[in-house]
Ligand binder design. Sequence first.
Ligand SMILES: CC(C)(COP(=O)(O)OP(=O)(O)OC[C@H]1O[C@@H](n2cnc3c(N)ncnc32)[C@H](O)[C@@H]1OP(=O)(O)O)[C@@H](O)C(=O)NCCC(=O)NCCSC(=O)CCCCC(=O)O
Length: 337
Amino acid sequence: MTNIKVEEKTSKSGCISALEAPTMSGNDGADKAESGFTQDLKSVLVTSVLNLEELDIDLYRGRHHWVPRTQRLFGGQIIGQALVAAAKSVGENLYAHSLHCYFVRAGDPKVPVLYQVDRTRDGRSFTVRSVKAIQHGQPILICQASFQVLQPSPLQHQFSMPVVPQPEELPTVEEIIHQYLSKPDLTESAKVGLNKILASEVPIEIKPVNPALFYRISPGEPRRYFWGRARGYIGEGNMKLHCCVAAYVSDFALLGTALLPYSKYKARFTASLDHAMWFHSTFRSDEWMLYECESPWAGSSRGLVQGRLWRRDGVLAASCAQEGVLRVKPVTQTSKL
Ligand SMILES: CC(C)(COP(=O)(O)OP(=O)(O)OC[C@H]1O[C@@H](n2cnc3c(N)ncnc32)[C@H](O)[C@@H]1OP(=O)(O)O)[C@@H](O)C(=O)NCCC(=O)NCCSC(=O)CCCCC(=O)O
């Protein structure tokens, strides 16, 4: 095995297992000072997007916040809300460890989403919930989520975190876009596109490690990295909520990784078809986490992408896998920016 860190201790030091250490990464004060957050600047993800309205037992209604330019609901929002709904029906002692979802219809941003929870099984260690997200009387997402009680294990290993610049050394998405906007040779349509990105209220802060690759300005291997965290303050102490926020973030910029080698094509229709996620360790979703995205395969108008969310202290917090539809058309213009 290469690039694997094995932790033989069962203590909290080094590679920490979520199932053994239900505390957060412990950098609360430092990060709040760096970002200027106070408890008053609550994350909109927590106060609005993931704050579901309870309509009846195991039936919830979710509101929308940011909607991508495609005018279909953001997949991460539906997954995050489905996980909130599932988590409401399990005990305090249970923690999400995995979820598996299919996006079966496009989400309509004009109406709310209903979440219907089925209590599939309650076991001694594992508890499973099935959630159906419904609009216009039809499912748009089917999700199964599994929860586990905290359990110690002598087996602990993980890959090593990629070595990349720290978030403090990198510009934000907004700073990068302002740099591009100041270029004199920018086309009108590029200006419009960039201003639309600036105006959109994405509730996640992003710092791409390689902006040219992130925005597909230059082609490259189907692998990219960005630092991300929920905008606003969430705070310590609610691991279930941090998992729901991470589920939201995990669908962001993931599928586009499969397009990175193809500079001669642009996206005509892309949408995630399914999404799976595994939670490994405790983390704070309002603290910087590195999202490592890679695509091992594309074909048949589909692409497979995999993601790893790293805590900045090197602990692997979560892993994801997703397949999406990729329909492209040839690029006609020579310059995109
Ligand atoms: C549409 C899904 C994927 C199912 O597809 P299909 O079975 O093909 O559905 P149809 O309704 O029959 O067709 C839809 C649309 O596609 C055209 N189509 C179909 N087949 C072909 C083909 N072989 N070649 C060309 N075109 C084809 C068909 O004509 C229809 O076109 P239209 O009439 O113009 O509409 C369905 O499963 C689905 O929508 N699922 C939901 C997917 C979804 O919403 N995922 C979550 C959102 S994606 C996301 O959030 C990622 C955002 C990332 C944001 C970021 O990173 O910045």
